[in-house]
Write a protein that binds this ligand. Structure first.
Ligand code: NAD
Length: 480
């Protein structure tokens, strides 16, 4: 039966239906999902608005219990939820299970945050007056998420939103409704009151503006492409909503002469081709100094040729398919542009495997320069390019020479270079001898420049976005 949207605590049929297609095997339909229309989007916002005072008044213990119960179920079901995620998104089963586990950890962390609400208590500069600084919920939060982390990204937005007493209208990417539906079902059964979390599976072009443009939405937390993020910003700020955007990346991994070759290759493979390269934190630019260039490229190509591409659910698979035909076309278009601009492309071939999935072999672009399109725009596929530079100083300059600034990595055995890179990188997150992708859940996540806007996500820093500060001056008696 078609799975429905959750509005005000009721599962609702939609205006249309979307089939969730397995990118590993297009004959496999994961399930069918109701697509919401603009009227339902308005209903969901109204339901979240109506439920907000009640949820804000729920005790910290109640909020802890709901989030902790959800986290426990997610962790207990990591294997079957991982299967579902791998089946609808195409990352390998191991990657999918790791993502589900991450979502469970995020709920556990923010369950704790619900009972750890802290504030400040200060003496006023006036005698007889005391000052308290406390945190209150923002109100109704709209959560808009992309397809590439269908469990973890919704988790790291919804968990803190609910922990701090906000209610949520959740609009997942329509390519991955199964993970979103499963997550909402778990939270509803964990004891959330009606209306505290509403699910709207639907196209951004149909319901996006209705939600983000609603004066009843107090905050929008968005992750997706930079183009969409900028539209969301314009729509939401028109009525004064606060906005948090996590967007694209063109992340550099710098490999210098003194790097340990094995670490360099491992960081490049994991960072550039993990999750089929479909990560905002992917190392899409490999910036390599002259002394290590030939050895590194030879070792990397050896490793790439051995990567087993296949069905995401097959345990032998090391890289799953691209998410859909449109993304596969985009990957190939960028490889064509790279060739036309004078670079050489190794790999990057469509693979004809059983199931007619969207398979592309890992692609490495050789001999590219920092001004090439392939090094300026986000591809979002299993594609990385090599930029050869003379020394560390040039590598750093090239690393910083893009509009994006999400993550940046360096592989080096030199403490001086590692320290200098950490200080002078213009990215929001810096990695030394670890891949640019793969982050912790208890520390801030986010970038600079065109990659991010607004306060950081995750860890205790999530509080900045999901709460608003109240400063109170209290005089117990007449002030002299
Ligand atoms: P996208 O921008 O196409 O869509 C993101 C979400 O926005 C989807 O749910 C979509 O339906 C919705 N949307 C579209 N138009 C809208 C509108 N007018 N109003 C409201 N919502 C609207 O992105 P995608 O293709 O799903 O995801 C890939 C992108 O996400 C890449 O650019 C990637 O770098 C980025 N991303 C960033 C991070 C990060 O943390 N920085 C993490 C993961 C993915």
């Amino acid at each position: 039966m078609t799975k429905q949207n959750l509005i005000g605590g009721r599962w609702c049929a939609g205006a249309a239906i979307v089939a969730d297609v397995n990118p590993s095997d297009v004959t496999d339909i994961v399930d069918e999902y109701a697509l919401a229309d603009a009227d339902q989007a308005r209903e969901a916002v109204a339901a979240a608005r109506a439920a907000q005072p009640g949820w804000a008044a729920a005790s910290p213990q109640q909020r802890f219990t709901v989030l902790d119960t959800a986290g426990t179920e997610i962790l207990r079901r990591a294997e079957d939820l991982g299967d579902l995620l791998a089946r609808e998104e195409g990352k390998t089963r191991a990657e999918a299970i790791a993502e589900v586990n991450r979502a469970g950890q995020v709920f556990k962390f923010h369950a704790g945050q619900a009972v750890r609400a802290t504030g400040e208590h200060l003496e006023s500069i006036r005698t007889g007056v005391e000052v308290t600084v406390s945190r209150e919920p923002v109100g109704v939060v709209c959560v808009v998420t992309p397809w590439n982390f269908p469990m973890a990204i919704p988790a790291w937005k919804i968990a803190p939103a609910l922990a701090y007493g906000n209610t949520v209208v959740f609009k997942p990417a329509e390519l991955v409704p199964a993970s979103a539906w499963a997550l909402v079902d778990i939270l509803r059964r964990a004891g959330l009151p009606d209306g505290a979390l509403n699910l709207l599976i639907g196209k951004g072009s149909v319901i996006g503006d209705t939600i983000t443009g609603s004066p009843d939405v107090d905050a929008v937390s968005f992750t997706g492409s930079t183009d969409t993020g900028r539209k969301v910003l314009a729509t939401a700020t028109r009525h004064g909503a606060r906005v948090q955007l996590e967007m694209g990346g063109k992340n550099p991994l710098v490999l210098v002469d003194d790097a340990d070759l094995e670490t360099a290759v491992r960081c490049a493979v994991e960072g550039a081709y993990g999750s089929t390269g479909q990560r905002c934190t992917a190392s899409s630019r490999l910036i390599v100094t002259e002394g290590i260039h030939d050895r590194f490229v030879a070792a990397l190509l050896d490793r790439l040729r051995a990567i087993r591409v296949g069905d995401a659910r097959d345990p032998r698979t090391e890289m799953g398919p691209v998410v859909d035909e449109r993304q596969l076309d985009q990957d190939e278009r960028y490889l064509d542009v790279a060739r036309r601009e004078g670079a050489e492309v190794v790999g990057g071939k469509r693979l004809d495997l059983p199931g007619r999935g969207f398979y592309l072999s890992p692609a490495l672009v050789l001999g590219s320069s920092t001004t090439d399109t392939i090094n300026r725009e986000e591809v979002f596929g299993p594609v990385a390019s090599i930029i050869r530079v003379t020394d560390y100083d040039e590598a750093l300059a090239v690393a910083n020479d893009v509009d994006f600034g999400l993550t940046a990595g360096i592989v080096t055995t030199s403490l001086a270079k590692a320290t200098d890179f950490r200080r002078r990188s213009t990215a929001g997150m810096v990695m030394v001898n670890v891949p640019t992708a793969g982050v912790d859940f208890h520390v801030p996540f986010g970038g600079r420049k065109a990659s991010s806007y607004g306060p950081r996500e995750q860890g205790t820093h999530a509080r900045e976005f999901f709460t608003t500060t109240k400063t109170a001056y209290v005089a117990a008696g007449p002030v002299v």
